[in-house]
Ligand binder design. Structure first.
Ligand code: 2AL
Length: 166
């Protein structure tokens, strides 16, 4: 977590490295860093959000490389893995039935849409996630691209909140 004025004055590469774990879409981080200096935290977030509106299914596919399946807490030291573990904290690993249902749901979703199911897990219980997964399985391809991109946007901006303080 660094202060806005520090973020504004970091060397380019260091600023990139700091926000890289927010989402695995290099163009987004590059554009956000190039937009410095920002006059307020809200300007950083409005710019960050505006940059996500350009994302399409190709961007989604690129980002998914850094998001483990829901219910599969990633191993590995990378910042992204640590963030995923923390975000999925409310998914009770001890609930065997839930874990099985998530595994089945993930498999059905991947068979239907050809990519990993993505949801903003922070603040959601395992049951909430399972409900959302079943509901989104009914989406059309176009609807589901939009739904997944909205979740990617929420995850990205939540992660950015953890990086830049006032
Ligand atoms: N497949 C996923 O939805 N993964 C994730 N959701 C989060 O909120 N963090 C993740 O890693």
């Amino acid at each position: 977590m660094i202060a806005l004025h520090e973020f504004n004055h970091l060397p380019h590469e260091k600023a990139l490295a700091l926000i890289h774990p927010c989402v695995a879409i290099p163009g987004w981080a590059e554009a956000l860093v190039r937009g410095r200096p920002y006059s307020s935290r809200s300007e950083v977030f409005s710019t960050a959000k505006a940059l996500t509106l350009a994302w399409d299914d190709a961007a989604l596919a690129q980002a998914l490389s850094a998001h483990p399946r829901i219910g599969e807490k990633p191993a590995g030291p990378q910042a992204e893995a640590a963030l995923s573990r923390q975000e999925q904290g409310a998914v009770d690993e001890g609930d065997v039935a839930l874990a099985q249902a998530l595994r089945e749901g993930n498999a059905r979703y991947e068979a239907r849409f050809g990519r990993v199911f993505l949801i903003r897990a922070k603040g959601r219980s395992g049951e909430d996630i399972l409900q959302a997964l079943h509901a989104r399985l009914e989406n059309s391809d176009a609807q589901e691209i939009r739904a997944a991109l909205e979740q990617l946007r929420e995850i990205t901006l939540l992660r950015l909140e953890g990086v830049i303080s006032e």
